[in-house]
Write a protein that binds this ligand. Structure first.
Ligand SMILES: Nc1nc2c(ncn2[C@@H]2O[C@H](COP(=O)(O)OP(=O)(O)OP(=O)(O)O)[C@@H](O)[C@H]2O)c(=O)[nH]1
Ligand SMILES: [Zn+2]
Length: 353
């Protein structure tokens, strides 16, 4: 099958509108699916058939529905066999952890062996990219709006076709001698940008990979350290002579704004940042730093000094062919609202604070 760069984008659009799609993987029968979050009783009736339910293994673990699996791996899907009493409310309770504590899950549910692992895992990835809860009705008889091949979904997430779209001078409050560079790829609507501060001086640039955080960067949220880290990164780069801030459109560590805010709502119920992601059915960190490496290479930089406390950022750049000559710590004083968040990063996600 010839890869169709637009197929994944069309499938994402269809899922967000509540339309059925199909995913095909080589050697597997195609899976027809309807995202639970955007479905309703009418759409489910049209989807019809003897549908089953698809959730991630992290979500299944939370619901104690694991498929004879030892450890939760968010990439491995779990399929729940159709029961005659299934309806929208049942599916919503499986998909959305908001009511886990308030309303105990009804059952019994029976999981069945996963017969099309690649297509089903790709569905969960596509839901994350679409910013939806990773949960689907599958195997209805409705005709899909679009059929997407797993190769198209891989291409959608691959930065290989990323290019510089435009460069312009952008004096900013902390650095008047800055230039903004915007990047685009044909597959993805994400427009990542780089802020190049100062002029190359022969030394490896001081680089910061900053993942988008609307609440912290724009609204001054005290729940995280993003806003102060952003300001301090620009100041540190300016003070170092020259360097590059990459502003990556990876809101919520790659799960999107709405899903991050769902995680915040779970944090209001007492779960920490790690458990909140797992309860939603996502990986703890869904980011791929290959895109950052590609941006640095397009800017001619294959050796950097990296401002971070996160070893995964160092490893991600190195794996994608950008040498990290030095890791420069980037910690800011905690406030009463983000103390626990920072402690969780240190204790559960390996941050070197
Ligand atoms: N899913 C989720 N994302 C969050 C939460 N709090 C902050 N974020 C996101 O985490 C990202 C911020 O991480 P960064 O500061 O880039 O990186 P880091 O992994 O903390 O590593 P450092 O380089 O050491 O700062 C942003 O995309 C935020 O939106 C949360 O509770 N849940
Ligand atoms: Zn933040």
């Amino acid at each position: 099958m010839v890869s169709d760069a637009r197929a994944a984008a069309r499938a994402i659009d269809a899922m967000r509108r509540g339309w059925p799609i199909a995913i095909a993987a080589p050697g597997e029968a195609p899976v027809t699916m309807l995202a639970i979050e955007t479905a309703d009783a009418g759409r489910l009736a049209v989807f019809g058939g003897d549908y089953a339910l698809l959730i991630s293994s992290g979500r299944a673990e939370t619901l104690k529905l694991t498929n004879q699996r030892a450890a939760a791996d968010p990439d491995l899907p779990v399929v729940i066999e159709r029961a005659p009493w299934f309806d929208m409310a049942t599916a919503t309770a499986l998909a959305d952890p908001q009511l886990d504590l308030a309303t105990p899950l009804k059952g019994p549910f029976r999981t069945v062996p996963v017969d099309r692992p690649r297509a089903l895992a790709a569905a969960l990835r596509l839901a994350r990219v679409a910013g939806l809860l990773p949960a689907f009705f599958i195997d209805g008889d409705a005709a899909p709006e679009v059929t997407v091949d797993v190769a198209d979904i891989d291409a959608h997430e691959d930065a290989v076709r990323l290019q510089i779209a435009v460069r312009a001078r952008l004096p900013v409050a902390q650095a008047e001698d800055a230039e903004i560079v915007a990047f685009r790829s044909p597959e993805s609507a994400d427009e990542h940008v780089a802020l190049v501060i100062g002029a190359p001086d022969g030394n490896a640039p001081l680089v910061r990979l900053h993942s988008e955080c609307l609440t912290g960067d724009v609204l001054g949220s005290l729940k995280c350290d993003c806003g102060p880290q952003l300001d301090a990164a620009i100041a540190a780069i300016k003070a170092s002579g020259w360097g590059i801030l990459l502003y990556l459109r990876q809101e919520g560590r790659g799960i999107g704004l709405v899903n991050k805010l769902r995680a915040y709502a779970l944090q209001d119920q007492g779960f920490d940042t790690v458990d909140a992601n797992t309860r939603l059915g996502f990986a703890i960190d869904a980011r791929d730093f290959g895109v950052a490496a590609r941006m640095l290479k397009l800017l001619g930089q294959e050796r950097v000094r990296l401002l971070t406390n996160n070893p995964a950022k160092v490893a991600g750049l190195e794996a994608a062919g950008v040498a990290v000559a030095e890791r420069v710590p980037h910690s800011l004083p905690p406030n009463p609202h983000n103390e626990r968040y920072l402690a969780t990063k240190r204790d559960r996600t390996g941050h070197q604070l």
